[in-house]
Design a protein around this ligand. Structure first.
Ligand code: CFM
Length: 541
């Protein structure tokens, strides 16, 4: 599509040659006529000085993966700037379960050692040990996480030794995460560090399988705005037992028992694929990439799941729920669909949603013409088949790979997990893409653009030239987009709305997008490009 090529040229034009060369590698324009798949450069360092939207390794570990575990206390070992920012910024909701003893929910609280200059000079280990003692005396948590921030690694505090000594003193598990912010090129490194620790030290230590015929985990679902609760509602009604949602509204106790499920669903591939893969190796648990964002994609995911178990009743019940829910929600969405149809959107989000939301937008008659990830890897763009060809560099070597083998006692072959014969399982593999993710690329249409680690300048030019009706944004860029006269919806925390997953979620999203597109506020703003045309005035920055 020539239009998009021009847009991209304009975006790259002001760069010096080296930057231009670099940034070109982070872009793909989908070309349906091309025989095979272009390569994208991803998970490499952002060019210094460019305003990127990425976060740090600590954000990925504490903020994304381990922070939501509701009954663990997560201590940020570091200055209060990092500790404060970890509080309440992501809407991973949690509520107490009626387990015995009743779950306590700590995810609303903020625990930090508040390192000061003397701690940086003389070391912060004693302060951390004292804080663990205080936390245990005050709250009696089931277990504790310690997440390191940059200065901890720079001064060499041994948080692993502090954690080990505290475990001995208090008789509860204390996990140390060396997720110093600089450990990787983005928060993605923190996901990996968190996955490794949970896999090595927590998963597999429990013994209680939840009752039920089909016991599943939902990996990479963080219950933002209540997404996980909507999925539980649907899945329970079909007849599944939800063993654990990792880590949205999850309990430490459930994570210990993660290996006792029959099937792992993977919603966000980027943040949790390590655990899915390691569980496949160690316990033989098969995993299925699902997408519960959008009506059609929810229906497809439910049908694929039901197929995995080869159980007629389950398939029947799945169809009953799909039919009833679709018939309930689609007519209600129609009024919003009328407003949205034919409109275009950009999504520049972390590492999953720019793919998942394409389906929900299509339910509304909209197209995502530019899809960006902040920190995804090549497999999220191109599919998992490229993993063996990804070159490791100094940054990726920073994070240890766990080399696991099959567990002598607990490994069961995938078909045993699913209660299928070997032959049936082979047949299933040809129908359902088990243990695989195809990435974002195949779903995009001719001329649509994929962009990795987009920056402020690029976003501005893309908006000015491709003029989307809706921008699905991050927390910081949202307001810039509004000021440019374009509706934006913050897709990380949903702007205090949600859930957006499942059937009820699709309806909420449709309503919110229709509202955003039609609010009378847009009549009061003249976008900069319109101003230039009508008044010849200077650009508004
Ligand atoms: Fe996965 Fe996420 Fe995302 Fe992510 Fe995130 Fe998030 Fe995200 Mo914000 S785990 S990759 S690190 S789906 S916090 S719930 S919205 S950037 S696209």
């Amino acid at each position: 599509m020539a239009g998009m090529d021009v847009t991209i040229e304009e975006m790259l034009e002001p760069y010096p040659d080296t930057v231009k060369k670099n940034r070109k590698k982070h872009l793909i324009v989908k070309n349906e006529a091309a025989e095979c798949c272009p390569q994208i450069e991803a998970n490499t360092r952002t060019i210094p000085g460019i305003i990127s939207q990425r976060g740090c390794a600590y954000a990925g570990c504490k903020g994304v993966v381990v922070g939501p575990i509701k009954d663990m206390i997560t201590i940020t070992h570091g200055p209060v700037g990092c500790g404060y920012y970890s509080w309440g910024t992501r809407r991973n909701k949690a509520r107490a379960n009626d387990t015995t003893p009743k779950d306590k929910v700590y995810s609303q609280l903020c625990f930090t050692t508040d390192m000061q200059e003397p701690d940086i000079v003389f070391g912060g280990e004693k302060k951390l040990a004292k804080m663990i003692d205080e936390v245990v005396a005050t709250f009696y948590p089931r277990a504790i996480n310690i997440c390191a921030t940059c200065p901890v690694g720079l001064i060499g505090d041994d948080i692993n030794a502090v954690a080990k000594a505290a475990e001995e003193r208090h008789g509860i598990q204390v996990l140390a995460y060396n997720c110093e912010g600089y450990k990787g090129v983005s928060q993605s490194a923190g996901h990996h560090i968190a996955n490794n620790n949970l896999m090595e030290k927590v998963i597999g230590t429990g013994t209680e399988r939840k009752p039920g015929k089909h016991v599943i985990n939902i990996l990479g679902e963080y219950n933002i705005g209540g997404d996980g609760w909507e999925l539980e509602r649907i899945l329970k009604e079909i007849g599944y037992t939800i063993n654990c949602v990792l880590t949205g509204d999850s309990s430490y106790l459930d994570i210990k028992n993660l290996h006792l499920a029959d099937l792992n669903l993977v919603q966000c591939h980027r943040s949790i694929n390590y655990i899915a893969e390691m569980m496949e190796t160690k316990y033989g648990t098969p995993w299925l990439k699902v997408n519960f964002i959008g009506i059609d994609s929810t229906n497809q995911s439910l049908r694929q799941m039901a197929k995995c178990f080869g159980d007629e009743n389950l398939e029947k019940q799945t169809e009953i729920v799909i039919e009833r829910e679709t018939a309930r929600v689609l007519p209600a969405m129609e009024q919003y669909r009328k407003i949205c149809t034919g409109k275009t959107a950009f999504a520049i989000v972390g590492g999953s949603r720019s793919h998942h939301y394409q389906y929900l937008l299509r339910d509304l008659g909209m197209e995502m013409i530019i899809a960006g990830y902040e920190f995804a890897h090549r497999d999220d763009y191109e599919g998992r088949q490229v993993i063996p060809t990804i070159k490791s560099d100094a940054d990726s070597k920073n994070i240890p790979e766990l080399h696991l083998t099959a567990d002598e006692k607990m490994y069961r072959e995938a078909h045993v997990h699913l209660n299928l014969s070997k032959e049936k399982y082979e047949e299933l593999k040809s129908q359902v893409p088990l243990n695989y993710y195809e990435g974002i690329y195949p779903n995009m249409k001719d001329g649509q653009v994929i962009i990795d680690d987009a920056n402020h300048h690029e976003v501005e030019v893309l908006i000015e030239t491709a003029k989307p009706d809706l921008f699905l944004s991050g927390v910081r860029d949202k307001y810039i987009v509004h000021k440019m006269g374009v509706a934006s919806k913050q897709l990380h925390a949903y702007d205090y709305s949600g859930p957006y997953a499942g059937y009820n979620g699709a309806l909420n999203f449709a309503r919110d997008v229709a509202n955003a597109l039609t609010t009378p506020a847009w009549n009061l703003i003249v976008p900069p490009w319109e101003q230039e045309k009508t008044e010849g005035s200077e650009k508004i920055a």
